[in-house]
Design a protein around this ligand. Structure first.
Ligand code: HEC
Length: 106
């Protein structure tokens, strides 16, 4: 009985795969990476997606009112200075009424 030993050399090609995040997937979600984003993301993505915020476009007064509403009706802890101004400036600059950074659908 002849046994044929077929030796197969299998080469394991270890293809290094990089874990690449989608380009617009920053650590702040859909929030644009501008000054104040850290604070805005920390405060405003605690209860709901930051997307809900980014979909809005308001004036400075509008954001002030909205933040009051978050505190009065939605149980948000009041944001203290200097963070309050950082968040408000961020929202006003980047999520104004012309909605310059309205999130794209993904
Ligand atoms: C303590 C939880 C909490 C935090 C923190 C919070 N929110 Fe909210 N927010 C809510 C809830 C609850 C709703 C939904 C209210 C509803 O639709 O009845 C909401 C809704 C919203 C909406 C949608 C309003 C609309 O017209 O539908 C916006 C915009 C928003 N929040 C902005 C913010 C911003 C900006 C911050 C940060 C400064 C923030 N939220 C932080 C609880 C929170």
């Amino acid at each position: 009985m002849i046994r044929k030993l077929v030796m197969t050399v299998s080469i394991l090609a270890l293809v290094p795969f990089a874990v690449t995040a989608a380009e617009d997937d920053s650590e702040y979600g859909v929030f644009v990476d501008k000054p104040g984003v850290e604070e805005a993301y920390a405060y405003c993505s605690a209860c709901h997606s930051e997307r809900l915020v980014a979909q809005n476009g308001l004036t400075r007064d509008g954001w002030i009112e909205l933040m009051e509403w978050m505190v009065d009706e939605q149980e948000m802890d009041p944001v203290e200075e200097p963070d309050y101004k950082r968040v408000l400036d961020y929202l006003t600059k980047n999520y104004g009424i012309d909605r310059p950074n309205f999130p794209k659908n993904k």
